[in-house]
Design a protein around this ligand. Structure first.
Ligand code: GUN
Length: 292
């Protein structure tokens, strides 16, 4: 059983990026700069954004964080995005989701210059992804592709099941796995909340690769896994645990202890896909700096 260790795979991506920023600095050039916008005080969002900023520092990137109260108006947010769109020292812009209910996510995403849209959420970039054109791949599915590449996981001709169809993970993941690409060329089935449970079990038990992103701890276990399958766990649910230092633990969508008894490779949580998401974001920011 191979542990698809995100620490190892992300360290390789970050080392390569650090080499590039070190060379840029040595040549007297500026390095890539990521601007992050965080609205409100959602604990998970705070942690993710802090980690993104820290990883920028570790890789020699510049970063700036714009914080807003959760009462901020949509207009104020759009105005900040426009300032960042015009700022030639800013290469990548990300607005951490979710946003408060009074703000229209779609409007905010569409306000970002597609050339600075390092999350790859802008409809222009999603369209480019669907058509197999050069674009920003959303960070989490990008991270999964980088993970598959790092560990030389064969995907061509394999049956892949993606569970979840969100714009952030499931939808782009299913497009990428079916695309003409070294980590693509799979036959992909995308399952979602209306997939009957018996169909889900049947499809999963025939799948060579399962990617699960539903946010339900232990959603997938050994009973649904074909012997030798590759299991990618995108879940990161906080569950209350008074014995943990922070009062909670992070749980994936896969019952890891059960899955490793049948799978050939599994991503751990934490320490798996989460770290690769950051690697994907950093690569996108370098790409924005170089010009899409
Ligand atoms: N919220 C959960 N995942 C993401 C992500 O990849 N990007 C942004 N901006 N927000 C998120």
């Amino acid at each position: 059983m191979l542990v698809l260790d995100g620490k190892i795979a992300s360290a390789a991506v970050k080392a390569s990026l650090l080499e590039q920023t070190t060379a840029l600095k040595a040549a007297g050039k500026r390095t890539p700069h990521l601007a992050a916008i965080l609205v409100g005080t959602n604990g998970a969002s705070e942690t993710y954004v802090a980690s993104k900023v820290k990883n920028c520092e570790e890789t020699g990137f510049g970063s700036s964080l714009y914080r807003f109260e959760d009462t901020v108006s949509e207009a104020a947010l759009l105005a900040q995005i426009e300032v960042l769109n015009q700022d030639t020292n800013v290469d990548g812009i990300l607005v951490q989701l979710p946003l408060p209910k009074h703000i229209d996510d779609a409007k905010v995403i569409e306000a970002i210059d597609p050339k600075k849209d390092v999350d790859g959420f802008h409809p222009a970039n999603v369209g480019r992804l669907v058509q197999g054109l050069n674009t920003f791949i959303p960070a989490t599915p990008y991270g999964v592709m980088l993970m598959l590449a790092h560990f030389n996981i064969e995907t061509k001709g394999k049956r892949a099941v993606v569970i979840g169809r969100s714009n952030i993970v499931g939808r782009p993941m299913s497009i990428l796995l079916s695309a003409e690409h070294p980590q693509g060329n799979c036959t992909v089935t995308c399952c979602h909340r209306y997939t009957p449970k018996e169909d889900l079990i049947d499809l999963c038990s025939k799948a060579d690769i399962i990617v699960v992103a539903v946010g339900i701890p232990d959603f997938v276990d050994a009973s649904m896994i074909k012997p030798g399958a590759v299991i990618i766990d995108v879940g990161i649910t906080r569950v209350i645990d008074p014995t943990a230092a922070k009062g909670f633990r992070i749980k994936g969508d896969v019952n890891y202890a059960s899955a490793i008894t049948v799978a050939s490779a599994v991503t751990p949580v934490p320490g798996g896909v989460g770290l690769m998401t950051i690697a994907g974001l950093l690569k996108n920011t370098m790409k924005a700096y170089q010009g899409l």
